[in-house]
Write a protein that binds this ligand. Sequence first.
Ligand SMILES: *Cc1c(COP(=O)(O)O)cnc(C)c1O
Length: 227
Amino acid sequence: MPDNQLPSIERLASVEQSIVQVEIDAGRPAGDVTLVAVSKTFPVEDIRAVLDAGQRVFGENRVQEALGKWPELREQYADVELHLIGPLQSNKVGEAVSLFDVIETLDREKLARALVAEREKGHALPDLFVQVNTGAEPQKAGVLPQDADRFVTLCRDELALPVVGLMCIPPVDEEPALHFALLEKIAIRNGLCQLSMGMSADFETAIEFGATHVRVGSAIFGARTPA
Ligand SMILES: *Cc1c(COP(=O)(O)O)cnc(C)c1O
């Protein structure tokens, strides 16, 4: 049976197994890596199957889509941890702050200031990852590597935002290991311990390079139909 026709629970089990194996091979403690199951484009029924298999950490890339799916699921599964992994417009920050437990895509001052404004209104802020555009791709979100230190200092030290780590999406046509190594280097020199990197095609490599969070979509849910 081709991979894509396996039920998602079997694919989930196989991804979990690979993660454990790489943790062992890399000499890291079991459970060191958090699997973020990326459920974007998939309907609530598909997500429920993965929730019923015990998975609790999920990623969505659009605020609007997540608002349509997750309030209902959260009522049923109270211990869900939801990550925003797609670009966030500053006019959607209020909605994002109330829906997501983690925002992985903090990448500009305007967004940082909008988060501060939410906090001033009394809203608790989710944990934040700064997204770094490690490949300096013009079309891609994220701060440039050479601006990362300054931006982390602004967000974490000057604005006192809860920055816990860094996130990257390497260029599709380049060796991801170079980008994972760069992200880890930037994290270490800024005293940040969490690294969100690695997707379906390269999460094993990312774990070897120190990922604490891997964002895996199609390897769990199957191929996405293009929008
Ligand atoms: C869609 C997406 C993923 C998951 O990609 P797969 O290749 O399906 O595993 C991970 N990270 C981000 C930011 C995404 O948008």
